[in-house]
Design a protein around this ligand. Structure first.
Ligand code: PMP
Length: 361
C-alpha cells in the first residue's frame, strides 16, 4: 500500500510504527482476549495506560511534582470556556494576547464569562507577526494571562515566553505541544488537543499547577471543574479511552526517538527545508508570516497568481501530497510538519515545489 505524504493540519500524521502497534493489539490487548476499547476505564489494563500517559507527559515536559496532568474530553475549544469558568471569577479581569484565529476564539469565549483585557494584539499587522510580549504591562490583580503558543492557521509561533510574575500564565499549546522543550515552570496551566502532535482527536491534555486548583469555585458544574477532574485523576466519568491509549503509544514513541530535544531538532530541519524553497524562489512563493514570527509546525505560503496556485494544488493532490490547502479562513497553502511527518516527506515536497516553480515560474 502506498501512503500519502501527510501534511494535514489536524488531525495530523501519526507515527506509522504507532499505527502498526495499535493495529496489532486491537483485537487482543496484551493477550487479555479483548480489545482495550471494550474494557472498563476502571480496569487494571486501562488504568495502567492512563497513569503511564500522565507520567510520560510529566517526564517529557520535566514538570515538577506540583503539577497535575488531566486527560479530558471536549477538545481545546472546551478549554476556551473552561478556563474562564474556573478562573475568571466575579470581579476579576483576565488578560488575553490576541495573536490570531485561535487566541481570538479563546478571548471571545472568555468575554461571555467575565471581564477581559487585551494585553497585546497582532491585528494591526493582520496577525502575520506575533504581538510583542516583552512589555505587556500586566496589572497585578489579573486572574491570569492567556496566550496561544502556535497559531495553527496564521503559521506564527512564539519561541520564548514572558515572565508574568504573580499572575498565572496560561497557554493553548494545541498545535506545538511536545514539538520542542519548553520552560514548563513559567506556566500555571497548559492545554492542548492531542490531534496534531501527540495522538488522535478526542482527548485534551490539561496541565495545571496544583495550588491554582484551590481558587476554583465549588459551585461550577462538576464536568467543567478542573478541581473535580483532578480529584478523580481524570476518571470522574468515562475518559476517551482509545484516544488516551493512542496518546500513550505516541508519547512512548517520542521517548524512543530521543525526546523533545530530538523532536525540536527534526522539526527545525523540516521547517527550514520548506522555508528555504519559499525564500529562494525569487518571489514565486511568498511566506505569509513575517520571518521573525514563523512557525516550525505550520508553514503558510502563497503564490501571486490564483490560477497557478490552483494548478499547484491539483498537482500536489495527484502526486499524493495531502492537506496542503490552507485553512478556509486564510486561503493559500499550508504545510503542517508535526512530529510524525518524516524529514523525507518534507524533502520530497520541497523538491516538488522547486520543480513546479521551474515549470511555471
Ligand atoms: N487551539 C488551536 C491552536 C488549534 O489549532 C485548534 C484546532 N485546530 C484548537 C484550539 C481547537 O481545537 P479542537 O478542535 O480540539 O477544539
Amino acid at each position: 500500500m502506498t501512503y500519502a505524504y501527510n501534511f494535514n493540519a489536524g488531525p495530523g500524521a501519526l507515527p506509522s510504527e504507532v499505527l502498526q502497534e495499535a493495529q496489532e493489539e486491537l483485537h487482543n490487548f496484551q493477550g487479555i482476549g479483548a480489545s482495550i476499547l471494550e474494557m472498563s476505564h476502571r480496569s487494571k489494563p486501562y488504568e495502567a495506560i492512563h497513569n503511564e500517559a500522565q507520567q510520560l507527559i510529566k517526564e517529557l515536559l520535566e514538570l515538577s511534582s506540583d503539577y497535575d496532568v488531566l486527560l479530558l474530553p471536549g477538545g481545546a475549544s472546551a478549554q476556551f470556556c473552561m478556563v474562564p469558568i474556573n478562573f475568571l471569577t466575579k470581579g476579576k479581569t483576565a488578560g488575553y494576547v490576541n495573536s490570531g484565529t485561535w487566541s481570538g476564539k479563546a478571548w471571545k469565549e472568555a468575554q461571555k464569562i467575565g471581564k477581559t483585557l487585551v494585553l497585546a494584539s497582532g491585528e494591526k499587522e493582520y496577525f502575520k507577526r506575533l504581538p510583542d510580549l516583552n512589555n505587556l504591562g500586566i496589572p497585578r490583580e489579573l486572574a491570569y494571562v492567556h496566550l496561544t503558543s502556535n497559531e495553527t492557521i496564521g503559521g506564527i509561533q512564539y519561541k520564548s515566553f514572558p515572565d508574568t510574575g504573580d499572575v498565572p500564565l496560561f497557554a493553548d499549546m494545541s498545535s506545538d505541544i511536545m514539538s520542542r522543550p519548553i520552560e514548563a515552570s513559567k506556566f500555571a496551566l497548559i492545554y492542548a488537543g492531542a490531534q496534531k502532535n501527540i495522538g488522535p482527536a478526542g482527548v485534551t491534555i490539561v496541565i495545571v499547577h496544583r495550588p491554582l486548583l484551590e481558587r476554583i469555585p465549588e459551585a461550577i458544574p462538576d464536568m467543567l471543574s478542573y478541581n473535580v477532574h483532578a480529584k478523580h485523576n481524570s476518571l470522574f466519568n468515562t475518559p476517551p479511552v482509545f484516544s488516551v491509549y493512542m496518546v500513550n503509544l505516541v508519547l512512548k514513541w517520542i521517548v524512543n526517538q530521543g525526546g523533545l530535544p530530538e523532536m525540536a531538532a527534526r522539526n527545525r530541519q523540516k521547517a527550514d527545508l520548506l522555508y528555504h524553497v519559499i525564500d529562494t524562489s525569487g518571489g514565486f512563493y511568498r511566506g505569509l508570516a513575517h520571518k521573525d514570527s514563523r512557525s516550525m509546525m505550520n508553514i503558510t505560503f502563497g503564490i501571486s497568481s490564483p490560477e497557478i496556485e490552483n494548478k499547484l494544488l491539483v498537482e500536489l493532490e495527484q502526486e499524493g501530497f495531502m492537506g496542503l490547502k490552507g485553512h478556509r479562513d486564510a486561503g493559500h497553502l499550508r504545510a503542517s510538519v508535526y512530529n510524525a511527518v518524516p524529514y523525507e516527506h518534507c524533502k520530497t515536497l520541497a523538491e516538488f515545489l522547486a520543480d513546479f516553480q521551474k515549470r511555471n515560474g
